[in-house]
Ligand binder design. Structure first.
Ligand code: SME
Length: 160
């Protein structure tokens, strides 16, 4: 297992994701523990990009329950269809929200969060978790984030 991330911050965001994703795979290969792998994944993403908040919510008994995350304390439970996370779960689709105040029903765990991307983790066609990434800047997520984070999700799904 690699013990350090190798990141070239002079590269474009898309290229940095291309560098990072295989390192997340290497970091988690051979480790069967779900929490350990989710924890290192959010740590790697935060270390690489300095996101304000990055974490997983896991589907448990018809709710999303807070899982491994990095950043300020957050809401622990989110109902189906509620907030950006619950909407991503209900739609089984990635949601990119450039301004959280414009998203009806957005759940403000922190007033510092300004934009957000939520990517579902699909296992056998069912959403088993969502990855939520928040920024304290408006309009901070684009197609490069969406493409790379969606590309990461089959690996994440394999841990469930
Ligand atoms: N804003 C999210 C809730 C989770 S926190 O941002 C960590 C939402 O609307 O679902």
């Amino acid at each position: 297992m690699a013990e350090e991330l190798h990141l070239d911050t002079t590269l474009s965001k898309a290229e940095q994701y291309r560098q990072l994703l295989p390192q997340i795979e290497a970091l988690t290969t051979g480790e069967p523990d779900l929490v350990a792998n989710l924890a290192n994944t959010v740590a790697a993403l935060r270390q690489a990009f300095g996101f304000f908040w990055v974490g997983f919510y896991l589907v448990k008994n018809d709710e999303l329950v807070l899982g491994p995350f990095q950043g300020p304390i957050a809401c622990t439970r989110i109902r189906h269809g509620k907030g950006v996370c619950g909407a991503s779960w209900a739609q089984a689709a990635t949601l990119v929200v450039p301004d959280v105040e414009q998203f009806p029903g957005h759940i403000a765990c922190s007033s510092d969060s300004k934009s957000e991307i939520v990517v579902p983790v699909l296992k056998d066609g069912q959403v088993v978790a969502v990855l939520d990434v928040d920024s304290d800047q408006l309009n901070d997520f684009d197609e490069a984030d969406q493409q790379a984070l969606e590309q990461l999700m089959p690996l994440v799904a394999s841990w469930f």
